[in-house]
Design a protein around this ligand. Structure first.
Ligand SMILES: Nc1nc2c(ncn2[C@@H]2O[C@H](COP(=O)(O)OP(=O)(O)OP(=O)(O)O)[C@@H](O)[C@H]2O)c(=O)[nH]1
Length: 156
């Protein structure tokens, strides 16, 4: 089961600044290979909840040296305002009660817990690391506690 946060730039336009598009593709492929599963695509979560306009402004701040966390707070916005209650209810509405969750994000795992869903495991997504997204990935690991192993530690 994949609960995916909307990312217009990564999912639709194929931006290399984040790994969202790659993660969506990986999740779809993993579910296809398994022969069962679902992707719930959560609209309204663009930019970890700040919206597309603010995310584009965050990109300008990142060009000036801020990381993805500080580029949110510099705009007076929360680092991550996503909640997963609606996602959990959609999962339940699909008739799914017992699942393995495809994510590297502990907050997502915790956020889906407790809605009558039995989350029996986590499926880690292999990291698709490029020179363009390595700083983004490192910030996810170091400041947002994502469970990521990066090959390029020490680079970039
Ligand atoms: N604020 C901000 N949000 C971003 C940026 N790049 C991508 N996003 C958003 O980040 C969200 C994805 O969250 P992540 O924390 O990258 O990963 P995740 O989906 O929570 O974790 P996984 O389940 O492991 O994929 C999407 O809503 C994207 O729109 C950025 O530079 N700044």
């Amino acid at each position: 089961m994949r609960v995916h946060s909307e990312c217009l730039t990564g999912d639709i336009l194929g931006s290399l600044r984040c790994d969202c598009g790659a993660q969506l593709e990986q999740a779809l492929a993993a579910i296809a290979a398994e022969g069962c599963g679902a992707v719930v695509y959560l609209r309204g979560q663009e930019g970890r909840g700040i919206g597309l306009g603010h995310k584009i402004r965050a990109y300008a701040l990142q060009e000036a040296g801020l990381d993805t966390v500080d580029a949110n707070t510099a705009q007076g916005l929360p680092v991550d305002s996503r909640s997963y209650g609606v996602g959990a209810q959609i999962v339940g509405d699909l008739g799914i009660r017992r699942l393995r969750l495809i994510t590297n994000n502990p907050a997502k795992y915790g956020g889906l817990d407790g809605y009558g869903l039995d989350i029996v495991g986590r499926v880690a997504l292999p990291v698709v690391e490029t020179p363009h997204n390595v700083r983004y990935l490192r910030t996810k690991r170091e400041r947002m506690q994502h469970d990521l192993v990066l090959a390029a530690d020490g680079a970039g």
